[in-house]
Ligand binder design. Sequence first.
Ligand code: F6P
Length: 553
Amino acid sequence: MNPNTFTSFDLATNLPAWKALEQEFKQKKDFSVRQAFKDDSERFEKFSFTLDNYDGSKILFDFSKNLIDKSIFDNLVQLAREAGVEKLRDALFKGEHINTTEDRAVYHPALRNQDDKPMSVDGKNVMPQVDSVLNHMKEFSDSVRNGSWKGYTGKQITDVVNIGIGGSDLGPVMVTEALAHYAKPDLNAHFVSNIDGTHLAEILKGLNPETTLFLIASKTFTTAETITNANSAKEWFLKKANDQSAIAKHFVALSTNEAEVVKFGIDPKNMFEFESWVGGRYSVWSAIGLSVAIYVGFENFQAFLKGAQAVDHHFLNAPLEENIPAIGGLLSVWYNNFHGAQTHLVAPFDQYLHRFPAYLQQLSMESNGKSVTRTSQFTNYQTGVVLFGEPCTNAQHSFFQLLHQGTKLIPADFILAAQSHNPIDNNKHQRMLASNFFAQSEALMTGKDAEQVKAEGAEPKLVPHKVFSGDRPTTSILAQKITPATLGALIAYYEHLTFTEGAIWNINSFDQWGVELGKVLAKKIEPQLADPGVVDNHDASTNGLINQFKQWA
Ligand code: F6P
């Protein structure tokens, strides 16, 4: 596949709009968003957008506290045009092979296509296969939830253990946590990802093999951590069951690789398939989401898909100047490439979303942590941002000091749902949470100057310590409630934001060659750890560490 099919430029720095933005940045180095609000009483209306979900619910995206004015905004939109964001987006939705280094389509939007509309890859409508897996997921999740799926001794399933890593873990963990309010009380979901034996051992401690169901989640079914954990889980199970035929009731596979699934000992009829055009970090919408469907029920899983589909429709159809995920991506480029920011904070003011930043780390950093363009040139500009986050208000009491008064610019997204699932104490907690959501973005923007600090009676030597510069950018995302549909929409927002960044940087956001080298070396080192001899074929540091480990192990 010729990568030039999708891009008409090599380096983003050569685009006229990029050059115009460089000029803008030079001329407006001291741009004050605080002042911009004073100058324009309609700034909030101009830079905030409402996303309509399929169920009538809405999410408000307020971009107005960012370091932009109309002319910067227009140039950013122009940058997206010149970089061909729309062309690449259309190619994504047409199932073209936009993952050029692996010559594959990137077609997760088909997984949430709930419209009965054909969607094709390589001339073949993929929807019958997608729908048939969804039907299988429905049937299976219903049977586990209603107790008709029985373990080998005839007991109902009480615990589901998803064994997977990366995209085969982070999505299911995050979504089950986020939708815990919708869970069935007598069914527990557990997740084992780490090869550290402690992870599996600690989870298995409290479980009964007779009532435990293992979902072995791996796109390739060759990932070392997952297969080793799955084999150890099988051993633990067989120790008690002592009957190979019992495996069929307790192990299912979520994978694209039938041959390896069968080799592991799982009956292909207990396999939930998906296709190679589903990337690991986009796979929670596929069979990899089976733990979610079991935990919250298939209807809720479907609402989750539909919420994402609503954002797909928006991303595909809205003009760039109103395209919410595209604007999010453009702002990220503005900070990363012109302001020199290296990080991006996502802080959910919502305990249910406590794993959301961890999920977004794979989405963003595995997608855009690249330094070679689609046309195989090294970029002469920064790409992927270092994404991090923790729920608030906790994060306010740990690292927010650096946001308010540190030397670094850290663009931040704050997320809040107006309605809590747990309005305890007459909703007092929610009001306190929301006050902090509003207060943090206001404080970061308005700051506090020396005059104000003095007027408050501060000791003269403390004045500089109590000054807040302000003009620190935030995007506020206000949902109505964290429902399955809202969560689906929020994830899809970040997916398309990440897509927009990658399109402008002209990198392939869909491969992950960077994780290979470490995997290959680990495979070579493992036998050396089992061998009693001294190791001397690495660099001196690695030899020294390995030999010390062997003495102490
Ligand atoms: O290590 C990178 C990676 O390939 C991720 O992209 C992926 O989500 C993860 O490993 C797990 O892969 P699999 O689902 O094939 O086990």
